[in-house]
Ligand binder design. Structure first.
Ligand SMILES: [Zn+2]
Length: 377
């Protein structure tokens, strides 16, 4: 059987392997041209035939050449059943940032013409054009010791406000009691400032709720320039909240995602919340979002951020984390999160996690938490 497979596939494979090799070499040279800022070398690396190919190769160069790159690399993945067609992804590192995110994606047909490998057609879906770093048309990059802020030139006021929150990185690391030699302090977090939710979607392909001003995804932060007065007042708090997500990672990421604890930790580190609505909820019997149900539910969003339960979930999670932190210490917050997320999101699983990590029954814990909420202002 193995011999047959080998015999059948070797001919086609050789052809495909040769082309893949040539595509990889071309993209490597094109990536180097981007880092060098050498447009002529880019066009030499990616010769084209036909109008659509010429246009896409030009668009990607123009779009990415607006940035100054520390490093760029590209990956070409063959599209099944379409010999010569590849999904091409460029990954780029700006200003020695910690990550090399996806900065551009397109689908290209490559073919041999006159003995040379050329781009012969653009097969990129309409919705995928102008995505990722091509979503910024006049980009500027502000570099600080811990933050790299990317946005269009007309977003400069908010970009500067966010860049000024650079010191929040140290604060978050100190609050989370991360070791001084943890990877945190040496790295730079990328923050994208977008003019609208649409631009944020183009830049990240992430859904941004209409009540959202910022979000974290894969260790990167997206900020949307809505509600200028809000940003003016709370920029460093918002940055501190999102940085907590970056530095805490998925926080207790077992099989069950516990949004209440993930957001609760960020709320606790962010500070400054008015817990009045939660005090009212607890005084009325905690019926809108019972704490155990909140832990079992996983995510903290109900029907969008405007839903009252969503706001309560943030406060409940914040009060939960603050209570454990105050009474048992930060290590127990992590242990509790790990135990709850490793469980199966059932009442029994949560009770077991409470007993194992905090040493008391759920009933005792819940009573103590409610008493603590009454003291929160
Ligand atoms: Zn959050």
């Amino acid at each position: 059987m193995a011999v047959v497979v080998l015999g059948v596939s070797s001919g086609g494979c050789g052809d495909g392997a040769r082309r893949q090799h040539a595509v990889d070499a071309a993209l490597k040279a094109a990536s180097a041209a981007l880092v060098a800022g050498d447009a002529a070398a880019w066009y030499f690396a990616l010769p084209t035939e036909g109008a659509s190919a010429a246009l896409v190769v030009r668009q990607v160069n123009v779009g990415l050449a607006r940035y100054t790159w520390t490093r760029v690399h590209a990956k070409a993945v063959p599209v099944d059943g379409k010999p010569g067609r590849y999904t091409v992804r460029f990954y780029g590192q700006l200003a020695h940032a910690d990550t090399s995110p996806l900065v551009c994606e397109c689908v290209l047909d490559f073919g041999w013409r006159d003995g040379r490998l050329k781009v012969v057609a653009d097969r990129t879906d309409q919705w995928a054009r102008d995505a990722y770093y091509l979503a910024f048309t006049d980009p500027v990059v502000l570099v600080r010791p811990h933050l790299v802020v990317v946005g269009d030139d007309w977003q400069r006021p908010l970009m500067a406000r966010i860049a000024a929150a650079d010191g929040q990185v140290r604060r978050v690391i100190r609050r989370l009691q991360l070791a001084p030699d943890s990877p945190g302090l040496g790295r730079k977090t990328l923050i994208y400032v977008c003019a609208s939710r649409l631009q944020a979607f183009e830049a990240s392909h992430a859904f941004i709720d209409k009540h959202m001003v910022a979000g974290e995804r894969d260790g990167q932060i997206f900020a949307v320039d809505v509600w200028p007065a809000y940003w003016k007042r709370y920029a460093s708090d918002i940055v501190r909240h999102e940085l907590t997500h970056v530095y805490a990672g998925k926080f207790g990421d077992g099989k069950h995602y516990v949004g209440l604890l993930v957001e609760g930790l960020a709320v606790a580190v962010e500070g400054g919340y008015d817990f009045g609505p939660l005090r009212t909820e607890v005084a009325r019997g905690n019926r809108i979002l019972p704490l155990k149900k909140g832990l079992m539910h996983g995510r903290v969003w109900w029907d969008g951020l405007s839903d009252h339960r969503t706001y309560l979930a943030y406060l409940e999670g914040g009060a939960l984390v603050k209570y454990i932190w105050k009474r048992w210490g930060l290590k127990s917050v992590w242990a509790f999160a790990a135990a709850v997320s490793a469980g199966d999101a059932t009442p029994v699983g949560i009770e077991r996690a409470t007993g194992r990590t905090l040493g008391i029954t759920w009933g005792q814990f819940y009573k103590g938490w409610k008493g603590y909420v009454r003291t929160l202002r």
